[in-house]
Design a protein. Structure first.
Ligand SMILES: [Zn+2]
Length: 218
């Protein structure tokens, strides 16, 4: 099996992460769940996103066994695999170290869903997972717990996880988390941000899931 389309999508997303300023150099990582749980396609460890070719990507099974690829997989493979095992709805995972969101992760405060797009795509505030060392199963377990049923979470003193029903959505989650963190910090300089009610956030999430874009109104 060569899974060419998925490999191209993943490589393209890696370049977008760099272009959007969500990662520096080789940090961060991306994965896609292959159809019918045939495996998880993941970025190699420590390679420049602009130098990754399809043959550099690694395919793992959900337990972490290498099914395809010669490279060492991402050092955060446990994080990706644990999310896929716990969240059947998740088809892609993007992990970034973007600065504004990481500022919240450093003070260990959730990013409030202050604006419509974040409330819609994440499904509420972006919570902070308990601290654990990078690359550990403990980090993965804390991330899954804090993610709960939502689409984004912060890793304490570390960075951001965005998940999606496809890779485009997972990338958008990371992008909107960073944008909202920036808005939150700027808004604090101007005054006290007015928070949206839980009910309003729920309505926005439902609207996104069922009526957003070109979906037919029912
Ligand atoms: Zn990281």
């Amino acid at each position: 099996m060569n899974w060419r389309v998925y490999k191209e999508e993943l490589i393209h997303t890696g370049k977008e992460l760099v272009d959007l300023g969500l990662v520096a150099a080789t940090w961060g990582n991306i994965s896609i769940r292959l159809p019918k749980n045939q495996g998880v396609l993941i970025t190699p460890s420590g390679m420049d996103y602009y130098n990754i070719n399809p043959e550099d990507l690694v395919v793992l099974d959900l337990q972490g066994k290498v099914l395809e690829g010669e490279r060492k997989p991402s050092s955060e493979k446990l994080l990706h695999l644990t999310i896929y095992r716990h969240r059947p709805d998740v088809q892609a995972v993007v992990h970034t170290h973007s600065p504004y969101a990481t500022a919240y992760a450093v003070v260990r405060k959730p990013i409030p869903a202050l604006v419509e797009d974040l409330a819609q795509i994440v499904g509420g505030d972006v919570d902070v997972a308990l601290y654990a060392s990078p690359g550990t199963q403990e980090l993965a377990d804390h991330a899954v717990n804090a993610l709960a049923g939502k689409m984004g979470v912060l890793l304490a003193n570390h960075g951001v996880i965005g998940v999606g029903r496809d890779i485009t959505e997972a990338l958008r989650v990371c992008q909107l988390i960073e944008k909202t963190a920036q808005i939150g910090i700027m808004a604090k300089m101007l005054g006290e941000p007015v928070l949206l009610s839980d009910n309003e956030k729920r309505i926005m999430r439902q609207a996104y899931l069922f009526h957003y874009g070109q979906k037919e109104e029912k």
